[in-house]
Design a protein around this ligand. Structure first.
Ligand code: FAD
Length: 455
């Protein structure tokens, strides 16, 4: 597979948004790129993602009557993250429009003609790809990578680095079932884009939204090579998942698009609201996990109509339940009915006044007071993505524990840490993967070749 005659310039490990962005940029710059993917399909968690991308698109936002700015997006990401690296966040925000246009123009990716405001964002700026399926971004990227000659090796796992006599990284050691271990040398650089490890960090398999086997092996390999790992303790819990289904399921889209903006969530033991349903993910997940049982999200038929037909693809009668009356909903979920009536009355008053005096939730322009028929979802945070990982420079170089870049080693995407701090805002992962994936690919392509004798 990899003979000494192969002139490989760049080895990219991982085939999600970050790896594909890096591979495409490096190949476009004339490099011979090989990509390793340990699974038997490409795309990783990017493939199963919702494909919502946060970006400042001033013209489009103005057409929808939305005022927004790069500064505001930066502040939102910093507020949610609490400890993120401002330099890296700034780059994500500054290049958000550029990567959105890259997908639209270079790959023909189609986004729906709507803008979503996800929790913690202070303006609608999330662009939802058609069908809310990340694979609608991955597929055209894969097609482009293949046209550019990127060679993809499936079921091929990176198991370590190869080093020169002077202990510089010169490539990777790969493992493929049946083929054993092989050294793959990279004339220019290795780019790590192996994603997060929430599969490993989750309390249980069914309390995780990501693919089975999303582990941290590559982080350990990078750490052994001296890379600094940061924010490893911060796991993102997705506050819009449901205990009534396995893995991701339908609840995240239904709750994010309908319940949280156009409804409310109650503590089942009191029938009262307990948090701002549109706050950042950590604020909501922490408040939910402090309860003694699963909170119930409530919305109504009119909210579904405002959100539109696409929401019907994200419903399941065992998860997103419909009730003719509030009493029926209260009986089913064993909620205290009298208090729940009071909660509804108060919430509806806030909607009319456009001001949530209890939790400061911003009320969407199209929100109307809730009325029967109602919809409910039992909610519970599930492990979703990892905030920590390899520390990188603004050029996507992997930083050594000494603070210096490790020569010829780059990283991008969820395998890195520092961009989202403690809590990532919805839609910002895809933007980040594309911005730093492209950066890594371009930087790698600019390097001079390692001399044969230095291998
Ligand atoms: C259900 C779900 C929905 C989401 N929806 C959104 C959304 O709408 N918007 C948003 O911004 N974010 C979303 N996210 C988060 C986002 O999708 C991820 O953070 C992002 O896709 C990570 O991309 P990546 O390229 O870093 O890694 P991945 O897409 O996970 O790709 C990494 C790849 O590396 C491979 N790999 C790992 N180790 C090795 C190894 N040793 N050798 C070879 N290959 C290896 C893996 O098999 C995998 O294919 C979602 C996440 C999930 C789980």
């Amino acid at each position: 597979m990899f003979t000494s005659k192969n002139r490989i310039d760049v080895v990219v490990v991982g085939s999600g948004f970050a790896g594909l962005s890096a591979a495409i940029e490096a190949a476009q710059a004339g490099c011979c790129v090989h990509m390793l993917e340990e699974r038997d399909f490409c795309g990783g968690n990017s493939w199963i993602s919702g494909g919502a991308l946060a970006a400042i698109d001033t013209d489009r936002q103005r057409r929808h009557g939305i005022d927004d700015s790069t500064r505001l997006m930066f502040e939102d990401m910093m507020n949610a993250g609490r400890c993120n690296n401002p330099q890296l966040v700034k780059l994500v925000c500054m290049h958000s429009f550029e990567v959105l246009q890259w997908l639209r123009r270079d790959f023909g990716v189609k986004f729906m003609d709507r803008l979503e405001q996800l929790g913690g964002h202070s303006a609608p700026r999330c662009h939802s790809v058609e069908e809310i399926q990340g694979r609608n971004i991955i597929n055209p990227m894969l097609a482009r990578a293949s046209r550019l000659g990127v060679k993809i090796h499936l079921q091929t796992q990176m198991a370590g680095f190869t080093y020169s006599d002077e202990h510089f990284i010169t490539g990777v050691v790969s493992h493929k079932p049946g083929a054993g271990a092989q050294n793959i040398y990279a004339n220019k650089a290795v780019i790590l884009a192996t994603g997060g490890f929430s599969g490993e960090a989750a309390e249980a398999d069914d309390l995780c939204t990501s693919l089975d086997g999303s582990g941290s092996e590559v982080l350990q390999i990078a750490a052994q090579a001296g890379a600094e790992l940061i924010d490893m303790e911060h796991l993102q819990m997705l506050p819009c998942a449901s205990p009534d289904e396995q893995g991701r399921g339908v609840a995240p889209v239904f709750a994010s698009y309908v319940i949280f903006p156009y409804g409310f969530m109650v503590d089942p033991s009191t029938g009262k609201r307990f948090t701002n349903e549109w706050a950042d993910r950590k604020t909501r997940a922490d408040a939910m996990r402090a309860l003694s049982s699963y909170p119930v999200g409530i919305t109504d038929q009119r909210a579904l109509e405002v959100v539109g037909d696409m929401v019907y693809d994200h419903m399941d009668e065992n998860v997103t339940r419909c009730f003719d009356s509030l009493e029926a909903l209260a009986t089913f979920h064993q909620l205290p009915y009298v208090t729940l009536q009071d909660t509804l009355r108060t919430y509806n008053r806030y909607v009319k006044q456009r001001c949530d005096a209890d939790f400061g939730k911003s009320i969407p322009v199209k929100a109307r007071p809730l009325q029967a028929p109602f919809y409910s979802v039992r909610l519970w945070p599930k492990a979703h993505s990892t905030m920590g990982g390899i520390r990188i420079s603004p050029q996507a170089e992997v930083l050594h524990q000494s603070g210096q870049p490790i020569p010829r080693l780059y990283a991008a995407g969820e395998v890195t840490g520092g961009i989202h701090g403690m809590s990532r805002l919805g839609g910002c992962a895809i933007t980040e993967c594309l911005v730093f994936g492209r950066m890594a690919g371009r930087q790698a392509a600019m390097l001079t070749d390692i001399k044969e004798m230095d291998r």
